[in-house]
Design a protein around this ligand. Structure first.
Ligand SMILES: Cc1cc2nc3c(=O)[nH]c(=O)nc-3n(C[C@H](O)[C@H](O)[C@H](O)COP(=O)(O)OP(=O)(O)OC[C@H]3O[C@@H](n4cnc5c(N)ncnc54)[C@H](O)[C@@H]3O)c2cc1C
Ligand SMILES: Cc1cc2nc3c(=O)[nH]c(=O)nc-3n(C[C@H](O)[C@H](O)[C@H](O)COP(=O)(O)O)c2cc1C
Ligand code: SF4
Length: 654
């Protein structure tokens, strides 16, 4: 099945073993602009997992964009030794490696020293997302950047990379030159299409001159920036046709969205609300207009969808960033006819994009080994233990499958008739059903193991004595908490009970949001869809403050359309006779909210102390017993920590 994914293909002079590529993505695994062992191990895992081509993260190369140490810097000669090691490590597993050259132009938030960055663009058009006003790049600097593209490309070619990709997409610098809305220049780089694309054409021509014909040269381009003032798709196609005629480019990689506008950037890192394979039709549009290979990426997380893009002739290669962050073995599993074993990415944008945006090494909420490949290298066999995992939420399930992978005998107890813990609630929120993939993926891993899963089984001291485990992992999660305020004459419900199906008694619902996470936005969405008038009062500076910004932004769009009202800096104080009281968290003034039928509280859950008896066990019961508490049972947080701690607890078993 899906054999077309494994047909070889040639991009310029580079022969690839299959049609699956790993598109460029910032990892924050480099060290001060250079390649680190962690970065090599990260890419080696994807090469070993079967990807045909790895395109390394966008690299800075000119001082006009060298602000953030999170970027690799191809403007430095000392990047060459590390790059050589990286390309050899991936090449040894049969993957080709290209490097992407990246200039963000005005789309920059930080400088090196905390001052506001001085950023350059085609013109001084302010950036809608980063809220910066750029300096129009002086004419001689434009020519200097063009030269720098060529010297940086030559450096990467010297380091043994098989090809170079220019990022001309997503509204970054080249996009800012191409787009008439952001390019108001009157020199040879502004005005007509020919002038606006001169920056790109000249850069490409000089790169080709610098790397010669033995290396591949490609560009990444956006057809649909998904924002009002984005580039026109027809013009982007024209640009590609002209470039093809100029004869230097070996492939065109299509993507969507723009980093420089709030609506556009949702599509750069598309969350689960964006449909799978959503860029495929854009790729098809370009493919019908040019002859060189067309690559595409964007929410391709299933083998079936990937294969269909190829069979329908929409693109020549399919890209997967987050799908391979979640499961680097994706290509090998498909090749071995084990597609159902793939740990599918759910588009939550938490540990990948979320970490990148806060300048931390990327990982995955489902796969904590990502970004930690060196820390969790396979280790020597340990004595086989009997491991008792209590609680079948994401943390407990991850602990169980990891312990079984390590060769231990595992028994998993889950109190409910169903595995999944709080994920069973999370997936009920509108547009969030894919979050349930966390459970589906883990149940798949449990099914393929020899773990004894006991549902509707509550852990107890009696069970402990019957099992006599060597190791106990307590992953009993959390229980809801209600606000400690006075409420009379108004219904109070917890978010958990509303999600589980309990109905507010009337139409007018107020949400008292302490957590500022998924629950308030999700419950508001749910109730507004069922016809309630919903007002959110959040104690934070914005609702959803603690969730990935892209997910929050996307959700705000939905809530606005449903007329959900939002008041921030509002601490819940109580309710009486259909009036809810809040206090402004800064000036202390009262905020009075009338006509309230029900208050839904989104308060942080409490750790579940169901199994506090475990920590009270005394010798001789304890002996050499190893006990670890993980996830929300330790402190209520998110799936990411539950899975990471579950994994570590099992990994550490002695
Ligand atoms: C509405 C909602 C939306 C959320 N959205 C997200 C999100 O988008 N992203 C994210 O990362 N996190 C989200 N979370 C939080 C996330 O679901 C939790 O942090 C995570 O599930 C914690 O995992 P856990 O395994 O530690 O505990 P839990 O998921 O709480 O699982 C604990 C399990 O232990 C079982 N158990 C308890 N006592 C016993 C016992 N004595 N014996 C046997 N079994 C027992 C319980 O029945 C339960 O199945 C959301 C939570 C909610 C409520
Ligand atoms: C953490 C992260 C960093 C990214 N950095 C880059 C980058 O440096 N250059 C680039 O062209 N795209 C970058 N992207 C966009 C991806 O290449 C890709 O287009 C996007 O993730 C959608 O594909 P996916 O659904 O397969 O993840 C990044 C994506 C992620 C998740
Ligand atoms: S953290 Fe979420 S979006 Fe990122 S790779 Fe993992 S599952 Fe996919």
């Amino acid at each position: 099945m899906y054999e077309n994914l494994f047909e070889p293909i040639t991009l310029g002079p580079t022969q690839l073993r299959n049609r699956i590529f790993n598109p460029p993505h910032g990892t924050t695994l480099g060290a001060d602009g250079l390649v680190s062992d962690e970065l090599i191990a990260y890419h080696e895992a994807r090469a070993k997992g079967g990807a045909g081509l790895i395109i390394l993260e966008g690299m800075a190369f000119h001082p006009s964009f060298a602000f953030e140490s999170a970027y690799l810097n191809a403007g430095r000669d000392d990047i060459i030794p590390g790059m050589k090691k990286l390309s050899r490590a991936c090449g040894a597993h049969g993957a080709a490696v290209f490097g992407q050259l990246f200039h963000a132009g005005r789309s920059v938030r930080y400088s090196h020293d905390g001052s506001r960055p001085l950023v350059f663009s085609a013109s001084d058009t302010p950036d809608d997302r980063y809220r910066v006003v750029p300096v129009p790049m002086p004419n001689d600097m434009v020519w200097e950047v063009i030269e720098s593209y060529a010297t940086a490309a030559a450096r990467l070619a010297e380091a043994g990379l098989d090809g170079i990709e220019i990022l001309a997409s997503q509204g970054y610098l080249i996009g800012q030159f191409l787009n008439p809305a952001t390019n108001r220049r009157d020199d040879e780089f502004g005005g007509s299409l020919e002038n606006r694309m001169r920056f790109l054409s000249e850069s490409i021509a000089r790169i080709r001159g610098a790397i010669g014909g033995s290396k591949t040269l490609g560009i990444r381009i956006t057809l649909d920036e998904k924002t009002q003032f984005g580039m026109e798709a027809a013009e982007a196609v024209k640009v590609c046709q002209i470039l093809e005629k100029e004869g230097h480019v070996d492939y065109f990689s299509v993507i969507s969205g723009s980093s420089s506008s709030p609506d556009g950037w949702i599509h750069v890192f598309p969350p689960m609300a964006v449909p799978p394979a959503f860029v495929a039709n854009d790729a098809a549009q370009l493919k019908s207009a040019i002859t060189k290979p067309v690559l595409v990426a964007g929410r391709i997380n299933q083998a079936q969808a990937a294969s269909q893009i190829l069979s329908e002739g929409k693109a020549d290669m399919v890209g997967m960033v987050r799908a391979l962050i979640a499961d680097p073995e994706f290509p090998n599993k498909v090749a071995a006819n084990r597609s159902e074993d793939i740990r599918a990415c759910i588009g939550c944008n938490q540990a990948c994009v979320g970490h990148r945006l806060t300048h931390h090494a990327i990982s995955c909420i489902q796969n904590p080994v990502t970004g930690r490949e060196l820390e969790f290298r396979p280790r020597s066999t340990r004595p086989r233990r009997l491991v008792w995992v209590i609680g079948g939420g994401p943390g407990g399930m991850k602990a169980a499958v990891t312990a079984a992978d390590q060769g231990h005998e595992v028994i998993l107890y889950e109190k409910q008739p169903k595995l999944g813990g709080q994920v069973n609630l999370a997936e009920k929120l509108p547009g969030r059903s894919e979050f349930g993939g966390v459970t589906t993926n883990l149940i798949g891993e449990l099914d393929r193991s020899s773990i004894q899963v006991c549902l509707s089984s509550s852990a107890s001291p009696e069970a402990f004595h019957a099992i006599e485990p060597d190791v106990v992992i307590v992953s009993t999660g959390a229980v809801p908490r209600l606000p400690e305020v006075e409420i009379t004459g108004t219904q109070l419900l917890s978010a958990w009970s509303v999600i589980a199906g309990e109905k507010p008694s009337g139409q007018n619902v107020v949400i008292a949001d302490w957590s500022s996470d998924w629950s308030a936005m999700g419950v508001a969405h749910m109730l507004a869809l069922s016809g309630h008038k919903v007002r959110i009062f959040s104690g934070a500076s914005t609702c959803g403050e603690s969730i990935p910004a892209i997910v929050r932004d996307q959700w705000f769009g939905e809530l606005q359309s449903l007329n959900v009202e939002l008041t921030c800096y509002a601490r819940f104080f109580g309710a009486e006779d259909q009036t809810a009281f809040f206090q402004h968290t800064i000036n202390g003034e009262a905020i009075v909210c009338e006509d309230v039928d029900a208050v839904v509280s989104c308060y942080p859950p409490r750790s579940n102390n169901d199994c506090s008896w475990v920590s009270e066990l005394k010798a001789p019961d304890t002996g050499s017993l190893q006990i670890t508490t993980i996830g929300d049972a330790l402190a209520p947080r998110t799936v990411e920590e539950a899975v990471l701690e579950g994994f570590k607890a099992a990994w550490m078993i002695e």
